[in-house]
Ligand binder design. Structure first.
Ligand code: ZN
Length: 455
């Protein structure tokens, strides 16, 4: 037991990562995935998972159309080859090949000619941002439409237009991607992101790319928890996964939904429904000690797939890590959420913040002071030698005293960090020293006990 917890590899990862290289990896992956026309079903999701599987071990599962998943059913599968609006002189005035956002996602097939007046009810644009193409979907009602810049829509002349959407909406399947990294324990950490948006970056390729990098990194090192990464279509994907994996869901002790993870805004953490689960406290602790601007928000039953993970029968401790949350940046769900909108530095910072939170979760152990009757003599053991020295050693010495005092089998290292105001890394370093000198021993080694004790 003595060497077990310090051996967890996340601190090592944090020490050796190069921020610039990380940023390039994250942004390059987004650039490769950007052109694919994704939706909640269809070949776009499959191609995305295939590309991810070149880097990480992704298991792909297909759930047939019509399968009941709680109150929902897996929808028909949507695929698209081409779409355009052609003027009478044969020019494509709107062309799916220029941007997949031009077609309302899940549009039923259509082919015919019509006047501008007949076409108008099927057109979507944003008057306040006349150069941006909006992103629209029609998942659960059979409709069709085109999205285009408002300026272009306003300039369309009267004409007879040829309208074509070469799509298919038929029985098929919903595709889920999972990457599971077994740890020392079977208890799990869930990292979830959605893979259903076409050419948009912050929502949601930033989350996909951050998730893929975390999976790649954690696969290279030993860790306490089993990590489960889900790359799934929003809402229906999470509902389908929970419906088909209730036993696995019960093993999830901590979780993070990744979304809007690459814009220039500060990190925002949205608490789980529980509010003060270990993952919530770890995230708040890391952000408080980060030295950067950040925001912490309470749970609301609106947003991304935390809505499903935190539904009352599951009530999983799953929070959301974002930068600027969905809907609060004007580029949200438009063509302006593009490759320039997400920046390598922000993406790298999101990965490092994530790893710092996981580092706390991995190292959050409850110890027992083996010499609880008054303070042990630290000087004799060389642990108190630098009292009055520089600030760093003073912090470690304070951490030694805090860990000794609160390690009564009831306070985990995260609680000690919270009470003392010291960073988790100092508290853990102190605990490691005390274990080394036989002054401390693990009392509550399993995470489920820790979680239950804290709840
Ligand atoms: Zn979205």
């Amino acid at each position: 037991m003595k060497d077990r917890w310090p051996a967890a590899g996340v601190p090592g990862l944090l020490n050796r990562l190069d921020r610039a290289a990380l940023g390039s990896e994250l942004h390059d992956r987004i650039r490769r995935l950007y052109p694919i026309c994704r939706s909640i079903t269809g070949n776009g999701v499959r191609e995305t998972l295939r590309m991810l599987s070149e880097e990480i071990n992704v298991a792909v599962e297909e759930i047939p159309t019509g399968t009941r998943v709680f109150d929902w059913a897996i929808p028909k599968e949507w695929n698209i080859k081409d779409a355009y609006i052609k003027s009478s002189d044969g020019t494509r005035v709107v062309d799916f090949n220029q941007s997949n956002l031009h077609v309302v996602n899940y549009s039923v097939p259509v082919h015919g000619t019509m006047t501008l007046a007949e076409l108008q009810p099927h057109l979507h644009s944003i008057p306040e941002h006349p150069d941006w193409i909006p992103y629209k979907t029609s998942y659960y009602s059979e409709a069709w439409g085109f999205c285009l810049p408002h300026r272009q829509r306003e300039s369309l002349p009267e004409d007879r237009y040829e309208v074509c959407i070469d799509s298919s909406l038929e029985a098929g399947s919903l595709t889920l991607g999972q990457c599971v990294l077994p740890g020392d324990e079977t208890d799990e950490v869930l990292i979830s992101c959605h893979v259903c948006h076409p050419s948009l970056t912050n929502d949601n390729l930033s989350g996909v790319s951050v998730g893929a990098t975390l999976a790649r990194l954690l696969a290279t090192t030993r860790h306490r928890y089993t990590y489960r990464f889900l790359f799934i279509p929003g809402t229906i994907g999470a509902i389908a996964w929970l419906s088909l994996n209730e036993a696995a869901a019960r093993r999830i002790k901590h979780g993070i939904v990744l979304a809007c993870a690459g814009d220039r805004g500060p990190v925002t953490y949205k608490r789980s429904r529980r509010g003060h689960a270990p993952i919530d406290r770890a995230a708040v602790h890391v952000l408080e000690h980060s030295g950067n601007r950040y925001a912490v928000e309470n749970f609301t039953p609106y947003g991304y797939d935390e809505r499903q993970y935190c539904s009352p029968a599951f009530d999983l401790p799953v929070g959301v890590l974002s930068r600027t949350p969905y809907g609060r940046f004007p580029e949200y769900h438009t063509s302006a959420d593009n490759l320039d909108f997400v920046e390598p530095q922000s993406l790298a910072d999101t990965v490092l913040t994530n790893l710092a939170i996981l580092d706390v979760i991995e190292g959050d152990v409850t110890y027992c002071n083996l010499n609880p009757k008054c303070e042990p003599q630290l000087g004799r053991r060389g642990l108190y030698a630098s009292l009055g020295g520089h600030g760093g050693s003073r912090e470690i010495e304070m951490a030694l005293l805090w860990v000794l005092n609160l390690s009564d089998g009831r306070h985990s290292l995260l609680e000690i960090a919270e009470q003392s105001g010291l960073p988790f890394s100092s508290v853990r370093a102190a605990a490691n020293e005390l274990v080394h000198h036989d002054l401390l021993a693990v009392t509550v080694p399993t995470s489920s006990d820790v979680t239950d004790a804290i709840r």
